[in-house]
Design a protein around this ligand. Structure first.
Ligand code: ADP
Length: 412
């Protein structure tokens, strides 16, 4: 008797799978299409395996076996053809990291050969390339912008999806064009900022020469023009700093004496606050940092300047430097306006502001936290933000042990 099972669950499941892929892609940084594509590939592979496994069993028990097996074989061919033509490289690896199957794009991008590479161990086949260690769970950060072994000048982004019994689906996407566009964007911002620097300096210089007392009727206009030209100058400087940080892959490993740096940051906060806040420094860790003194100064003082600017008069600010089990942390806590939870994830984006008017009033450029994030990334440190509206905020920079040094006098 033919099966009375309704046929809608499979399409519904496939659709739901694509939906989950889209959602996952969106959550991992807005890559909705990439999420859908990966889910689609995973579905194709799972269906292939399912059809492959179920085909022989069906043929032995069902009276309509020849027709069904023809149908299954045709589905199998279609699915294989789809996976083969897929523009991203797809490789199926078995539980012993042997290459079981791959598509055409894997031949072009990864340099795999049908005649020789099936059944070979992935780490052996990829020896000498950046991909050799990509199955190692500890090297997840290596999975982006990897040189394509099969295609010169191409960069790959790798995704690994576990399935079945310790098998893996490896997906390699060519991201060279995205990288090129990103490079064009970076160059454009850097060039525009650079070109704006000189005219702005000239305008600012002339505005400084004009004395509002000589033209009292224009005094308010002059004051506003001076403030705006200063702000534009600061935006250009911050954009140039960001461009430099974005193109840097590492920092100079210099000793950054923390006692001195914390004292400077504290002094800057007091000067900016002009007595409107209570500002306390609690440095309990006798540790220095290894990195770029200029960039670390910029990041740490940005957080203090934000605390002063977003805390109403009468509030308090605490700057901390202390040891943690993983290394050390630098934190700035304030009793200021606080930030609603919905904004927290986007705060380090360029020009992202919770309140544009408040940021402008206090002389903000909207680039400070973006600079902080880049500086911390270059020092393998991470930023944690805790905040509650009306209560206050705490910005914490976590530094790993590799970036810590005992202070110089302690070594003698
Ligand atoms: P801005 O120059 O506007 O301060 P930032 O990148 O430094 O730019 O900060 C981004 C936004 O994060 C700010 O506009 C502000 O809304 C919010 N923010 C940053 N620090 C604090 C803080 N300590 N308290 C409240 N809001 C903050």
């Amino acid at each position: 008797m033919p099966s009375s099972k309704p046929s809608w669950p499979l399409p519904a499941l496939l659709l739901a799978g694509l939906g989950v892929g889209a959602l996952a892609g969106w959550l991992v940084g807005g890559h909705v299409t990439a999420g859908i594509a990966m889910a689609a590939i995973a579905e194709v592979v799972v269906l292939l395996i399912h059809i492959h496994r179920s085909a022989p069993a069906t043929t032995t028990v069902d009276a309509s076996a020849p027709r069904k097996s023809r149908l299954l074989a045709s589905h199998l061919r279609d699915l294989r053809a789809t996976a083969r033509q897929w523009p991203d490289a797809v490789v199926i690896l078995d539980e012993e990291q042997r290459i079981r199957w791959f598509n055409r794009a894997a031949e072009t991008l990864l340099g795999l050969r049908r005649t020789t590479d099936r059944g070979t161990q992935w780490p052996d086949r990829m020896a000498g390339t950046e991909l050799a260690r990509c199955l190692d769970p500890d090297v997840a950060e290596l999975l982006h912008e990897i040189a394509a072994p099969g295609q010169a000048d191409s960069l790959l982004s790798i995704d690994l999806l576990p399935f079945g019994d310790r098998q893996q689906l490896l997906l390699a996407r060519d991201v060279s064009h995205i990288n090129r566009l990103e490079q064009i964007r970076r160059d454009f911002v850097a060039n525009v900022s650079h070109e704006l620097r000189t005219p702005l300096t000239v305008i600012h210089g002339y505005l400084e020469l004009l004395d509002p007392e000589d033209v009292p009727e224009l005094a308010p206009v002059l004051t506003e023009m001076r403030a705006q030209s200063r702000r534009m100058g600061q935006i250009v400087e911050d954009l140039l700093t960001l461009s430099r940080l974005e193109t840097q892959h590492d920092v100079t490993d210099e000793r950054v004496p923390m006692a001195a740096l914390l004292a400077i940051v504290h002094k800057e906060a007091l000067a900016l606050s002009q007595g409107r806040h209570q500002i306390v420094l609690e440095a309990t860790a006798a540790l220095d940092l290894l990195g770029s003194p200029r960039d670390l100064h910029s990041a740490l003082s940005n957080l203090v300047s934000n605390a002063v600017r977003y805390t109403p008069a009468g509030g308090s600010i605490t700057i901390r430097w202390q040891r943690t089990p993983e290394g050390a942390l630098y934190s700035v806590s304030d009793t200021g306006f606080g930030i609603p939870a919905a904004h927290l994830a986007r705060l380090t984006e360029r020009f992202y502001r919770v309140s544009s008017s408040r940021s402008r009033e206090t002389g903000g450029t909207g680039l400070g936290l973006s600079i902080v994030k880049h500086v911390l990334n270059l020092h393998q440190a991470r930023l944690q933000i805790d905040s509650a509206p009306g209560v206050g905020s705490t910005f914490v920079c976590h530094f790993g042990r590799a970036r810590l040094l005992p202070p110089e006098h302690a070594q003698a």
